[in-house]
Each structure stands twice: as structure tokens, then as C-alpha cells.
Design a protein around this ligand. Structure first.
Ligand code: ZN
Length: 556
């Protein structure tokens, strides 16, 4: 069956709830063996709901003008909390069962840990505050989604303006950047107010649940089972000491390559004076190059990519009416992932294709895992799959970029390094915000400026008032939508760099470990997965320094 043939049917929420209730009643009175069976039965029930929800979401984002799926999508927004409440009751029953040993024996300890942390991060007494939190986050997203940026007689949104920021002509770059940042500056009062309310609200939720501040609850929400704020602070120290100096050198190298007297913020997106490398040919040519890449990379990726194409599980090209952005999701009932992206003719098309295929490949390889939580690991683990896949794809870049392949690889590797200090600054910023929730909006901007001085010391805003005052972080959705979800990218990148290095030394052994990691999905905690893949923990002292050594050697 191809994707278009997958049947959508609105779940009968009453019937599903009744069945769920019945299974919950049975669970309470069951012996160990029956409870294990009931865990599987509840997984099947959840997979029915989740599959239809994902199908609806995909079809809604593929064509946002389709009234049918818009209505269905609104219906899911409405009933999902009801369904989640049932899942929450199941989690409670699972944690309270006297047959815990049998559950652990059948599904592994991580299943129980994930269940416990998910219970710990939700308190029914805060339900009204949570609804308010969702509304505020949505209000922020709406401001960004409705951006109408006027530039040289045309109207752009925050993603369509992006290619102009990479224009080889410096005047175009600067003017486009100014148009973009003027929009964000105009939205500053509203965004600052939303953030102010969010910080206060999240602090109230955390305190209602017995926490001192929001930080530990934020970590619980991210389902981090084996590290906390102390380990992350130690990781940030490593980034400051070892990555920041390298990134600063790379910005200097970029400045020289571009032949500029000084590199301002508006130049940072452009890597080569003649323009960044772009994929040659049509989107079909890009997919053809990917087919060759995955056929040669391994028998597993060959079979996987053929399946993605044959079943039409990718919607890659930008079109009118399509939602923006890119994602990978999973259809439990069909045991397949789906990839959504918006190709726009830049090298980002290849990044997004290899990145999302890394996510999709892991989901597919984990499809036989016994519980849903194991098919979708925690985020820092997920990003290892995607970011490492970008590196495993390096030897095939000629197929996408022709004679520009070396330039693509060089710029890609440099960008990966340069991104790390920014991620880390955002993480430290969030810790500071929730440690001092009473800061004024102006004081928050000052904190951001101070952190830029530490993590991005090369940066010049050339007198742009809003950015000089510390306004940049207001563009970062994660800070509003999912607090503390960001350092995950840096933790995973340090792991992916290790795969990049090992792939050059021995492709066979690197790929074997990567495949083992993908098959394991989320069945272990983050640090156990890192160990399973024979990688050094990003928290361990010296890991970042070792990675920097190999990067320097390659870059020189
Ligand atoms: Zn990703």
C-alpha cells in the first residue's frame, strides 16, 4: 500500500475510551503474566489513535487548504487531552503494580523509568495552568507564522526570506536581514510579555508540584532519566573552553574567505563569495542521488530507502498551501515513518533530507520494539541518529553537488561547530531565566547580551539596536514552546562528531555501532545508548577536547 491508500477514519473516541477503561479495570486485578499481555493490548489501542492522529496531521500539513483535514485536526486538538488522561491513568497503574519485576523482565527497566518520569512531570491539579501555558506558546507561534516581511516590493515570511540572507551581494544580505529583524523588533513588546507570563506560569506550576523552581520539572518534562542540571553545566564549561575558541577561528577563516574587513552578523550565513553550494538539478535529481547513496551505504539503508520511495512516504518539495518547516513522524499501525520537508533549492535541502532520513531510519529499525516509548527515544538520543546520518552521507555528496561537494562538506562541518556555542548559550539563558523568574524583560535582554559575550565573542551587530540590546533569543521557538529542549542538539552533535571520525577510520565498525544504536531505539537511557554505540559520554571530562582535536586536524 502507498501512503495515499492508507485509510483515514476518525477514531471512535467513546468506543476507544470504553475499551481503555475495561483494560485498565482488568489490569488492576490481573496476575503478572496477564498484566504483561495487557501492556501489549494497551499499546495496540494507543497505536490506533496515534496512527489516525499522525495521518490526519500529515495530510493537514501537506495541504492546509483542505477543509476536511483542517476540521479533523481541530477535532484531535480537542479530544487528545481526554485520551492522554487515560494514558496517564495507565501509567499510574503501571507504576503502582505489585508485579513490577514481571513488567521490567518483559519490557526492560527503561519502560518503567519513562513511565515514572512522565507521571512525575504532570499533576492534574495544574491542568488549568497547563492550558494557559499552551495558549501562550501558541500565541507566540502565531506571531511568527503570520510574519509578513516587506522586501523590495515582495512579501516574505520567516522561512521564505531565508535564502536572501545567504545572497552573495552584501547589500541584499544586509537589507534582507534588516527587514527580517525589524519585524521581530516590532513584535518585541508582545513576545516579551508572553515570555514574562510563561516564566511566571511555569514557576507556579513547578511550585504547586513541590519543586523549588521550574528547572527540575523542565528536565522531567524532557524525560531525562540519567543526568541533571549539574552535568549539563559541566558540559557547557567544556563548550566554553574547547569549542568557543575553535568556532571563533572558523568565523575568522570565513571572514578571510569572503574578503571582508569585518564579519558582521548579516554575513554569517554566507560561506563562499560566489554563494553557498546548491544541489545540482531538480528535486527529482536530489532524490535520485539519495537513492544511489542509500543503495551503496548499506543493505539496510538500501531496503529502507526503496520502501520510502515505493510507499510514497516522503513529501519533500515546497508548494503553495503546504505548511512550513520539516519533520519526521511515525505511523504505528503501518510500521513506517513519514518525512515532510520544503525543498527550496539551497544546500539545506540535502541537510534536511539526510537529517530526517536518519530519524526515519532509526524509527524503522526500531519498529519491532515492544512499546511506543522505545520507537520514539528521548530527543538528545534521536538527534544522534539524524546528525550522524548527515556525516555518513559525506562520501556521496558528489551526487548532489558535483564539483562543489568539497565546499559543501567543508561548510557543513564548520557550521556544525559554529552552531554549538549558540545552542549552549540558549541553554544557559534558560537556566538563568528560571533561576531568577522575577527578572524584567530589559534585564533578560541584558543576560542574553552577557552570554553572547561569552559564547559568541566574535559577533558584531554593527549598531543594530534591537540585536545590540540582546533581542536575538526572542526568535528561538524552543524557549517558548518546550523549555530546556535545545542542549539536546549539542549533546547529540558531540556524539555525531565521534561517528564522523570513526567512519573515516573504519566505516565497517562505525556503521555496525550506528545500526545497533538505531535498532535499540529508546529502550535504554541516553547515557546507556551512548555506551551501547561505543561512544564517549559528552558529559565526561575530556570528550569535547578529544573531538576538537580531530576536528582541527581535519580542518587544517
Ligand atoms: Zn532532528
Amino acid at each position: 500500500m502507498t501512503f495515499s491508500e492508507y485509510a483515514y477514519k476518525r477514531p471512535d473516541i467513546e468506543a476507544l475510551s470504553e475499551q481503555f477503561e475495561e483494560l485498565l479495570r482488568d489490569f488492576d486485578n490481573a496476575d503478572a503474566e496477564t498484566q504483561v499481555e495487557l501492556v501489549r493490548a494497551i499499546k495496540r489501542l494507543r497505536s490506533v489513535f496515534s496512527t489516525q492522529h499522525s495521518l490526519c496531521h500529515i495530510r493537514h500539513t501537506i495541504d492546509t487548504t483542505d477543509d476536511f483535514y483542517e476540521k479533523e485536526n481541530a477535532w484531535f486538538d480537542e479530544v487528545t487531552p481526554t485520551f492522554e488522561a487515560l494514558v496517564n491513568r495507565f501509567n499510574r497503574a503501571l507504576v503502582d503494580t505489585p508485579h513490577r519485576d514481571a513488567i521490567v523482565a518483559a519490557f526492560g527497566p527503561q519502560f518503567v523509568r519513562r513511565t515514572e518520569i512522565s507521571l512525575r512531570s504532570f499533576d492534574p491539579a495544574t491542568i488549568d495552568l497547563l492550558a494557559k501555558e499552551n495558549q501562550l506558546a501558541s500565541a507566540y507561534m502565531k506571531i511568527k507564522a503570520q510574519a509578513a516581511i516587506e522586501f523590495r516590493g515582495e512579501t516574505y515570511n520567516l522561512s521564505s526570506i531565508q535564502p536572501l540572507l545567504l545572497d552573495p551581494d552584501s547589500e541584499t544580505r544586509r537589507a534582507a536581514a534588516e527587514a527580517k529583524w525589524s519585524f521581530l523588533e516590532a513584535a518585541e513588546p508582545e513576545m516579551s510579555r508572553i515570555y514574562d507570563e510563561l516564566v511566571a506560569l511555569r514557576t507556579e506550576i513547578a511550585q504547586t508540584m513541590g519543586h523549588d523552581d521550574f528547572v527540575s520539572l523542565g528536565y522531567d518534562r524532557m524525560a531525562r532519566t540519567d543526568y541533571g542540571a549539574r552535568e549539563v553545566a559541566e558540559f557547557r564549561r567544556q563548550v566554553r573552553e574547547d569549542i568557543v575558541p575553535l568556532a571563533t577561528e572558523l568565523y575568522e577563516r570565513q571572514r578571510k574567505r569572503l574578503g571582508l574587513d569585518k564579519l558582521t552578523f548579516f554575513d554569517e550565513g554566507l560561506n563562499y563569495p560566489q554563494g553557498n553550494p546548491t544541489p545540482k538539478g531538480t528535486p527529482e535529481d536530489t532524490v535520485a542521488a539519495a537513492t544511489e547513496l542509500y543503495a551503496e551505504l548499506s543493505p539496510e539503508t538500501d531496503a529502507f530507502f526503496k520502501l520510502m520511495r515505493e510507499r510514497e512516504l516522503m513529501d519533500l518539495v515546497a508548494r503553495d498551501g503546504k505548511a512550513t518547516g520539516g519533520y519526521c513522524t511515525y505511523l504505528y499501525h503501518h510500521c513506517v515513518p513519514f518525512i515532510f520537508s520544503n525543498f527550496n533549492g539551497t544546500s539545506g535541502d540535502v541537510d534536511v533530507l539526510t537529517h530526517e532520513l536518519g530519524h526515519a531510519f532509526q524509527m524503522y529499525e526500531s519498529r519491532r520494539q515492544p512499546v511506543m516509548e522505545y520507537i520514539l527515544p528521548t530527543y538528545e538520543a534521536c538527534e544522534i541518529h539524524s546528525m550522524s546520518m548527515e556525516f555518513f552521507a559525506y562520501p556521496w555528496m558528489e551526487g548532489f553537488f558535483g564539483k562543489d561537494a568539497d565546499r559543501y562538506r567543508e561548510a557543513h562541518l564548520e557550521s556544525a561547530v559554529k552552531y554549538l556555542p549558540y545552542i549552549t548559550a540558549i541553554d544557559e539563558f534558560q537556566h538563568r531565566m528560571y533561576a531568577e523568574p522575577e527578572l524584567t524583560p530589559a534585564a533578560r535582554m541584558e543576560v542574553w547580551s552577557e552570554l553572547e559575550g561569552i559564547y559568541l565573542p566574535h559577533r558584531g551587530y554593527d549598531g543594530h539596536d534591537f540585536l545590540e540590546r540582546g533581542g536575538l533569543w526572542l526568535r528561538q521557538s524552543h524557549v517558548f514552546q518546550m523549555p530546556f529542549y535545545y542542549i539536546d542538539y549539542a549533546l547529540a552533535q558531540v556524539c555525531a562528531f565521534q561517528f564522523w571520525e570513526r567512519d573515516q577510520q573504519s566505516h565497517k565498525s562505525a556503521w555496525r555501532d550506528y545500526l545497533r544504536l538505531c535498532k535499540a531505539g529508546g529502550s535504554e537511557s541516553f547515557l546507556d545508548l551512548v555506551q551501547l554505540a561505543n561512544l564517549q559520554s559528552p558529559f565526561a571530562t575530556g570528550t569535547v577536547r578529544e573531538v576538537v582535536k580531530s576536528l582541527r586536524a581535519a580542518m587544517n
